[in-house]
Design a protein around this ligand. Structure first.
Ligand SMILES: Nc1nc2c(ncn2[C@@H]2O[C@H](COP(=O)(O)OP(=O)(O)OP(=O)(O)O)[C@@H](O)[C@H]2O)c(=O)[nH]1
Length: 373
């Protein structure tokens, strides 16, 4: 304990400390998470300048107390900094210090040479840093020790008083509150990022067909609306193709729904190979029907793609060889063209391909003669 100061110096010390605390708390309260490190180090500097400490620091323990790291440090000019070499310090290196912090929530060293023999590793570290006296007080978060704030005296020795400890504890509490606030804010930000990703995924799932991973009817409707408007504005060609598996009911009835599902997935995969170029939207329209919305694709190009698709579908690995019938409708949308009209036209083209014997395409153009194969 230090000797009792005279009344005048008590007033001076109290006033000085009150000023110090107000400086530190203002700085910490105003700190945003990005500025936290800077403000905690500023607080340590204020603490260090008060009655000439040589080094002030914050350490945080790992959750299992197996190690600790120096996260913030202030050093007086001419004093060696040690933050870099005090990262992930294992508890095994100084068990006495770790045990004392956990049990008493503080470690006070008036004179490094009077430490007990059990404090061997800790004493070696203090001597390495040329420390004569040091004090560390715990930072607690919801009653749990998360780290400590401490200070070293290198150039002189000091017997710490109860007042010294109380003051340091006040500052440790303020820094712990700042750490807690920033951890909560970081967690909140992380939750927000995860929520955003989950919402995006949900929106994606709402437009996705669960079996094939292609767009579902809802996704197709949205794409049809926007492509109709876009192509109408640009006065450009839009081709819509409907692909329908032939005799799919028979495949289901004879070989079961699992084989039917595998066939749907296989056809979807081939459709992706042949039809899904940049800007094209491909989806499962329903049952065994698929729809492709292809901006700026000419009828001739669409017919070539239909031929390729029919060839590839034959190789889809199912119990019986698959074939498809394809309807093609190519047109430049008018301001009055509706999605229903387009779907009716392409449906008519598929119907014609089925009627003509299946395993073929039928192309319908708004302003040119129809072709078939
Ligand atoms: N395995 C499976 N079958 C489905 C699914 N959705 C619809 N179906 C079946 O698809 C079949 C479609 O049959 P139809 O519309 O008669 O067509 P089809 O037998 O291919 O006849 P055509 O088109 O005239 O050649 C029905 O038996 C439906 O039960 C699905 O998700 N999985």
């Amino acid at each position: 304990m230090t000797s009792n100061p005279n009344p005048q110096s008590v007033t001076d010390t109290t006033a000085r400390f009150a000023y110090l605390i107000s400086q530190i708390s203002t700085s910490l309260i105003n700190a945003s998470p990005d500025e936290a490190a800077e403000h905690i180090e500023k607080a340590l500097a204020v603490l260090g300048h008060d009655d000439d400490k040589d080094r002030c620091y914050v350490f945080l323990f790992s959750d299992d107390y197996a190690q600790m790291s120096n996260t913030h440090e202030w050093v007086r000019s001419g004093i060696t900094a040690h933050k870099e070499d005090l990262q992930q310090v294992p508890a095994d290196a100084m068990p006495w210090f770790f045990a004392h912090m956990q049990e008493a929530g503080r470690v006070l060293v008036d004179d490094v040479h009077t430490l007990p023999p059990e404090a061997g590793g800790f004493q070696t570290e203090l001597l390495r840093e040329k420390i004569q006296s040091m004090m560390a007080v715990g930072m607690f978060l919801e009653g749990r020790l998360i780290g400590f704030v401490g200070c070293d005296l290198v150039q002189r020795q000091r017997n710490w008083s109860d007042d010294d400890v109380r003051r340091m504890q006040l500052i440790a509490d303020m820094i712990a509150n700042t750490v807690a606030r920033h951890r909560a804010e970081e967690k909140l930000q992380q939750v927000q990022v995860e929520l955003r990703a989950a919402n995006e995924r949900l929106a994606q799932l709402a437009n996705e067909d669960g079996l094939t991973g292609l767009s579902n009817r809802r996704g197709l409707d949205t794409a049809m609306d926007s492509e109709l408007r876009r192509m109408q504005r640009n006065r450009q060609l839009l081709t819509v193709m409907m692909v329908d598996i032939d005799h799919f009911k028979e495949l289901n009835d004879r070989h079961g729904h699992m084989i039917g599902d595998a066939a749907l997935r296989g056809v979807a995969q081939e459709l992706c190979h042949v039809l899904q170029r940049s800007g094209e939207v491909l989806g499962r329209f329903g049952g065994d029907e698929f729809l492709a919305i292809c901006p700026q694709l000419t009828q001739q190009e669409a017919e070539q793609r239909a031929v390729t698709l029919m060839e590839r579908v034959k190789n889809v690995n199912t119990a019986t060889p698959l074939t498809v019938s394809i309807g093609i409708y190519t047109f430049i949308p008018e301001p009055t063209t509706t999605p229903d009209e387009v779907l009716r036209a392409v449906d008519k083209a598929v119907y014609q391909a089925k009627h003509d014997g299946r395993n073929r395409f039928f192309a319908l153009a708004a302003s040119s003669p129809t072709t078939k194969r």
